[in-house]
Unconditional design. Structure first.
Length: 196
């Protein structure tokens, strides 16, 4: 079934085929159209007017939070916002990747975001490696959900329920266990090389 030229939405054609409707025509066709055109009819108008005595602000520009370390900021901005988070300072290789992404690429570039995603993955690997230096290292059996597959009806929650993500369930063990197996093989090779 083909649509006539007048039925096609404006977004899909290179130019408008008929003249734009007037305000009166829109008001006649769409009940309530233009209700906010007159500021007297707009409920938010008093809120939109600046009233200096009602702001409660005691500053022209807010007091700036001190920086304990140079914070990452987009190259589009002259400085970081007056208040910012300090919970996770950048550290290690992941921190270096994040700093490079902010220093070199605009937020409008895919490279900026791809580097930040890569930094997150590197940070996950760093956290796993750090866990081996503690008294309680990561437990891949319980912390990746493998144990829950056997103790909390993993297969029955997937099969016969009409879930749309069943096709990729075969890949789940590879994605979850693959990095651990690769790391174990890498350590085994390293130990063999050191013994020689």
């Amino acid at each position: 079934m083909t649509a006539s030229a007048s039925d096609l939405p404006i977004a899909y054609v290179p130019r408008r085929r008929e003249p734009r409707e007037t305000a009166e025509q829109l008001r006649a066709r769409i009940p309530g159209w233009g209700a906010d055109l007159d500021p007297r009819d707009r409920p938010s108008t008093p809120k939109l007017q600046f009233q200096e005595d009602l702001t409660g602000a005691h500053w022209e520009f807010p007091d700036r939070q001190p920086e304990k370390w140079p914070r990452e900021r987009s190259i589009e901005h002259a400085f970081v916002t007056p208040v910012f988070g300090t919970a996770q300072p950048p550290k290690g290789a992941s921190g270096a990747i994040r700093k490079f992404a902010y220093r070199r690429f605009s937020e409008g570039r895919a490279a900026h975001w791809l580097l930040l995603i890569a930094a997150d993955r590197v940070n996950a690997v760093e956290a796993h490696l750090e866990s081996f230096l503690t008294a309680r290292p990561d437990n891949p059996i319980t912390e990746t959900g493998i144990k829950g597959e056997f103790t909390h009806h993993g297969m029955s929650s997937r099969l016969g329920t009409g879930r749309t993500d069943v096709r990729h369930h075969v890949l789940d063990p590879v994605i979850v266990a693959g990095p651990w197996i690769a790391a174990a093989l890498g350590v085994r090779r390293l130990v063999r090389a050191v013994r020689r």
